[in-house]
Design a binder for this molecule. Structure first.
Ligand SMILES: [Zn+2]
Length: 473
């Protein structure tokens, strides 16, 4: 059929020289086919070479790079080419020497990430990829007008995107082999100076403190540091004074300043001054201590659960709700939903675990210094607990239940000193460990320096004497 058609068409339409060529081709058909086959082979070989030896010169650079970091890379990777690790090196390479061009884009009114991607000729597929990361999804939803985004784009492909997510933190999205990764990265901060704040309180620490130019973050910090000794919302007295020394930090990215750590604070209450000094021990632990080196942090929590209410207080003359006669209530009951976690109120060792009469499932923890705590009526214990095992403050030791003699789900919590029952809500809780003795000298030096910086007596004495309620000496 085909040959018939061809033969019927060609003589009519094709011009003379084409006919001539056709004739030539027919005559040299075998040679032409051979040439075409050769060309095909060459093409295949070329494509194959591209697949199996991509970017030859890159590979050379990489073996060089892998040799530079001491052991792991050059040791693990045989130089003939496992592909994946090398590619990550490639993508990281251009960043190191020159620094890729960063395009800063301000979010305009009505814009979102997809319109910005359009504006930058970036593919919506890439946007879809990064929006699959929950951090990015959140940040994209909260994009604000005027926010500055930083793009690194090569060949119309997104390499990096930085989105500010707070005044001190960025979300950094980076391309890797298999897609994108996102991490929140805090701005780099440098300590620029030490600042001093001083306020005499007339109405509230926060109101007067802000008027005196002390940042709210610092005021809250002061209240937190003295928290174990004072309730700043209730116990503060007109004429009380707060002096505080704190770091000032500079955000190296956006150039703003903000308060850093509180170095020391002095709180003068009814004429008596209480101190707090920030000290870093040799293990790198940061804590606040008074001028004698005693910790300001309590070693004990007041309550063994974080939610729930006191359903029955400590009362040594109580009429028992179930038994119906006077029987001392030797602990505090906290009612909370069945299964609520119960936390150890301090570090210690389990002295008893098991069932015990009316207590039901009960744990006793020995905290040393003659102090024990007891947690009763549990529905179950936390896993892998036995007598002698160490527990940490806040560790979950069991769960609220109503085992033993209980009218509803609650934990019966006891605090004993030398086997004497104490009211868990009123007992004076011990402090955390003091400054280690080997560092006492260094600490004393710090106290001397900080007290001179705070200059407490000069600022306090006139305001206290001016106040109508004079402080006892
Ligand atoms: Zn009880």
């Amino acid at each position: 059929m085909q040959s018939e058609k061809e033969s019927s068409r060609k003589p009519k339409k094709l011009p003379e020289h084409v006919l001539h060529l056709n004739g030539l081709m027919r005559r040299h058909q075998r040679r032409v086919i051979a040439v075409i086959i050769t060309l095909l082979w060459l093409t295949i070989l070329f494509i194959a070479s591209l697949i199996f030896f991509p970017n030859r010169d890159y590979n050379e650079q990489i073996t060089f790079q892998a040799g530079a970091p001491p052991s792991s890379l050059s040791g693990e990777l045989p130089s003939p080419l496992p592909e994946i690790p090398l590619e990550t090196e490639i993508s990281a390479m251009p960043i190191v020497p020159a620094g890729p061009p960063v395009e800063k884009i301000k979010v305009k009114s009505g814009e979102n990430l997809s319109s910005i991607f359009l504006r930058l000729h970036l593919s919506p597929q890439e946007l879809a990829k990064i929006l699959k990361l929950p951090l990015v999804k959140n940040a994209a939803r909260r994009l604000r007008v005027g926010q500055e985004l930083e793009f690194v784009i090569t060949n119309n492909q997104l390499q990096e995107l930085t989105i500010p997510i707070s005044s001190t933190e960025d979300l950094e999205i980076k391309k890797i082999d298999l897609g994108f990764v996102a991490n929140s990265v805090p701005h780099e901060m440098t300590i620029t100076s030490t600042k001093f704040g001083s306020v005499t309180v007339h109405t509230s620490l926060y109101i007067d403190g802000e008027h005196a130019g002390i940042p709210m973050k610092v005021l809250v910090g002061v209240a937190t540091i003295f928290n174990s000794a004072f309730d700043f919302t209730r116990e503060i007295h007109p004429g009380d004074h707060v002096g505080v020394v704190y770091q000032e930090l500079k955000d190296t990215k956006i150039g703003t300043f903000q308060p850093g750590a509180i170095l020391s604070a002095a709180f003068t209450h009814l004429g008596k001054t209480y101190y707090a000094f920030r000290f870093v021990d040799s293990n790198g632990n940061v804590a606040y201590y008074n001028e004698k080196g005693e910790s300001l942090r309590r070693a004990f929590n007041r309550r063994p659960i974080t939610i729930g209410r006191i359903s029955s207080p400590f009362n040594l003359h109580r009429l028992h709700p179930i038994l119906g006669y006077v029987r001392p209530h030797t602990g505090t009951d906290f009612a909370a939903p069945y299964g609520t976690p119960i936390h150890a109120t301090a570090d210690g060792r389990i002295a008893f675990i098991g069932r015990k009469g009316g207590y039901g499932r009960v744990i006793v923890i020995n905290h040393g210094h003659g102090i024990t705590t007891l947690y009763g009526h549990m529905s179950r214990f936390a896993r892998s607990e036995y007598v002698g095992i160490a527990v940490k403050i806040n560790q979950v030791i069991g769960y609220i239940g109503m085992s033993g003699l209980a009218s509803g789900p609650h934990v019966h919590y006891e605090y004993r000193i030398n086997d004497q029952y104490q009211d868990p809500m009123k007992v004076i809780l011990p402090n955390a460990a003091p400054v280690p003795s080997v560092q006492k000298a260094a600490f004393a030096e710090l106290v001397k320096k900080e007290i001179s910086e705070m200059d407490i007596p000069k600022t306090v004495v006139p305001t206290v004497s001016a106040n109508s309620s004079p402080a006892p000496a």
